[in-house]
Design a binder for this molecule. Structure first.
Ligand code: 13P
Ligand code: SF4
Length: 361
């Protein structure tokens, strides 16, 4: 019988720590723990591999471990399940660790949009659907069966370039900002990137707007990155004229336009790492990563972009108590919190993911 979570919830982080180490040691090579950069330190330190979404999804294809514990959010564990061997088991320590942006698009709404677009255009021939990896597996499967593809914040430009070789238009979901920021960096004018309001008929757009668009952007966003505002950058630049600004592309168009550098979590880390001693950075991404950079590089000045703490509350749900609970169950021979994507969905989603790996090698 599974060991209940109840007895773990009263443990503090220090009590969990030694038991996590012991359970990991007991499982040895049968286990791999993947940790996203936004995880809190008490979890991050137990990860065998850390990275951004792209790096961790590649890691999931390379691991030979029987159990893959994903310390991240739900869509990441789904990707690990889709890309791993059928006999490997993907686990998410807390099933409520979702992604609010991923939840802004669902299959019903995307299929409805596709039907509406098909009344105006030859959608299959003219539009390539792209889903950001921050999306449910059935949306990746939708892209797989409609000649589409997945992207991450690292490879979005290469993916969009590929998509334009397949058709003249792109339907991009769920993150409008990643789509717009990437399209603009590829010289697509803002007027040719229209916003699809999924609660309105034809996305709230006219037939002329849809026909003229190069990219149709889903009206989704990340509530964490949305909190960075142009005045935060302005204040920093006024105080530190020599300082540099770096942002994640889930931030708004204005933020990305006003930043010196824009890139994925992995890109942000590498850029700060490579900067000279004494460099000063204003960073627009999740707070756990920014705090970690400040600790790891005391020779640099690291500033957080917002005056308030912008934490990904769902990433934060992965805590030592839940990690320990999953681990001790595995040691006892029980699998709890397995993430299993239905085989047909997984097959079609894998198609879209493999297209992404092919274009971003
Ligand atoms: P990365 O791919 O840059 O890690 O981003 C994932 C994410 O969810 C950022 O909010
Ligand atoms: Fe989702 Fe935003 Fe959290 Fe990333 S930071 S996992 S996009 S809610």
């Amino acid at each position: 019988m599974d060991i209940s979570i109840k007895q773990f919830l009263s443990l503090n982080d220090v009590q969990c720590e030694e038991r996590i180490i012991a359970a990991k040691a007991a499982l040895g090579k049968r286990l791999v723990i993947l940790g996203h950069h936004y995880q809190r330190d008490e979890i991050f330190k137990h990860a065998d591999y850390t990275g951004d979404s792209l790096k961790l999804s590649r890691q999931a294809t390379q691991s030979s471990a029987e159990y893959i514990i994903f310390c991240g959010v739900h869509f990441m564990a789904e990707v690990a399940d889709i890309l791993s061997r059928p006999d490997q088991i993907a686990l998410l320590p807390d099933l409520s660790a979702g992604c609010s942006m991923a939840d802004m698009a669902n299959l019903e709404k995307v299929e409805h949009a596709w039907q509406e677009l098909s009344m105006i255009l030859d959608a299959e021939a003219q539009i390539t659907p792209i889903t950001y990896i921050n999306s449910a597996a059935d949306l990746k499967a939708f892209c797989g069966r409609h000649g589409g593809i997945v992207c991450t914040s690292t490879n979005a430009k290469q993916v969009l370039e590929w998509a334009f070789t397949q058709g003249e238009k792109i339907l991009f979901f769920p993150d409008q900002h990643l789509g717009r920021n990437t399209g603009y960096a590829m010289d697509i004018p803002l007027e040719q990137m229209v916003l699809w309001d999924f609660d309105k008929p034809n996305g709230g757009l006219s037939i002329e707007q849809i026909k003229a668009a190069k990219i149709i952007l889903w009206d989704g966003f990340c509530s964490v990155h949305q909190q960075f505002l142009p005045e935060h950058i302005e204040k920093f630049r006024n105080t530190y004229p020599l300082g540099k600004v770096i942002s994640h592309p889930e931030s708004s168009f204005e933020i990305c336009q006003n930043s010196d550098e824009v890139g994925s979590t992995e890109y942000i880390i590498k850029t700060v790492q490579a900067s000279p001693k004494g460099a000063r950075w204003l960073i627009g991404t999740e707070v756990n990563l920014v705090n970690r950079l400040a600790q790891e590089y005391p020779d640099k000045f690291i500033h957080y972009m917002a005056p308030i703490v912008c934490m990904c509350s769902t990433m934060y749900r992965i805590d030592p108590a839940h990690l320990l609970w999953v681990l001790e169950n595995l040691v006892a021979g029980n699998v709890v919190n397995q993430i299993k994507v239905l085989p047909q969905v997984a097959d079609e989603a894998r198609l879209a993911l493999e297209r992404m790996f092919d274009v971003s090698r």
